[in-house]
Design a binder for this molecule. Structure first.
Ligand code: SAM
Length: 282
């Protein structure tokens, strides 16, 4: 019998699990997974490790991008029939760059009750200890893998006055950091790697220096990148104009904008527009 001490109301329990250190499982998450009628897993083998560690014997089924369309109606039916179902991903909080959004949306529309069981998430762990401003932040998830789409996505993020939070893989890190420097100016960034694990590491520097470093030594493991907000003081109109005017005496509008963006940590798009205006005699 897998039931433990608590009884769950019917509904969907969106349950966070550890991002590396098994001991980060919350007490409530263990209780919930033990008491649920079913655990929906991104990968049943991955969740089996967690369940073995905590003596959780609840039946498990896979719910992931490849079977979601087929599974969703069945799950909604079970929930409507009164089941308590837990949703977990391989690590961290479901729906945060992980499957589950459509299930939650459809179950909500079907009037199912919901319960978040909060816990670890790599974005929050990185923000909590990474040293980047945390009063305002924007979670941007994984950057697109194709360069055109990535540059477009970054251009849309450049003006946001908040710390930007990205998930990234080791092999793509250096290229991504370089593209970030091009799009955002050479702001400071933090690479938070292998959080809560044996080789946990935080490295802070300018985006260009970080890119050079990781190009030399492509990192292993899982990674969060924090990009500091634009430097207000460095991008005052006066400071930008001074650098642009000087650069425009010898450079094209495009190069002058790139130079100013790099020198001041300014957004490249804004620098380009201002350089165009200066060139036109505004
Ligand atoms: N749902 C998860 C969460 O709440 O953090 C994220 C899932 S997403 C598919 C996996 C990505 O999260 C990894 O590629 C990495 O960018 C980041 N990540 C997960 N665990 C991490 C860790 N321990 N340290 C650093 N980044 C991590």
């Amino acid at each position: 019998m897998h039931k433990d001490s608590i009884t769950l109301n019917p509904g969907l329990y969106v349950t966070a699990t550890p991002i590396g250190n098994l001991a980060d499982m919350t007490y409530r998450a263990v209780e919930t997974l033990k008491a649920a009628d079913l655990i929906l897993c991104e990968d049943t083998r991955q969740t089996a490790k967690l369940c073995n560690a905590y003596g959780i014997e609840t039946p498990r089924e896979a719910y992931h991008d490849h079977n979601a369309v087929r599974m969703r109606p069945r799950i909604i039916k079970k929930l409507q029939d009164g089941a308590a179902i837990a949703l977990v991903s391989d690590a961290g909080t479901p729906l945060i760059s992980d499957p589950g959004y459509k299930l939650v949306r459809e179950a909500r529309d079907a009037g199912i009750d919901f319960y978040p069981i909060p816990g670890p998430s790599a974005a929050m762990a990185a923000l909590s200890a990474g040293g980047a401003p945390s009063d305002h932040f924007f979670f941007a998830g994984f950057p697109p893998s194709k360069s055109g789409a990535r540059d477009k996505a970054f251009a849309n993020l450049a003006a946001i006055n908040a710390t930007l939070v990205f998930y990234e893989s080791g092999p793509r890190l250096a290229t991504s950091l370089k593209a970030m420097a091009d799009a955002f100016g050479d702001r400071r960034g933090v690479v938070a790697r292998e959080l809560t694990k044996l080789h946990e590491e935080f490295r802070e520097d300018t985006l260009t220096t970080l890119s050079d470093f990781y190009e030399e030594a492509p990192p292993k493991g899982e990674i969060v990148v924090l990009v500091f907000p634009p430097e207000i003081s460095a991008t005052t109109p006066e400071a930008l104009d001074a650098v642009l005017k000087d650069a425009l005496t010898t450079m094209s509008v495009k190069d002058a904008a790139a130079e100013a963006a790099k020198a001041l940590g300014a957004a490249r798009k804004a620098a380009y527009q201002r350089a165009l205006a200066l060139k036109d005699g505004a």
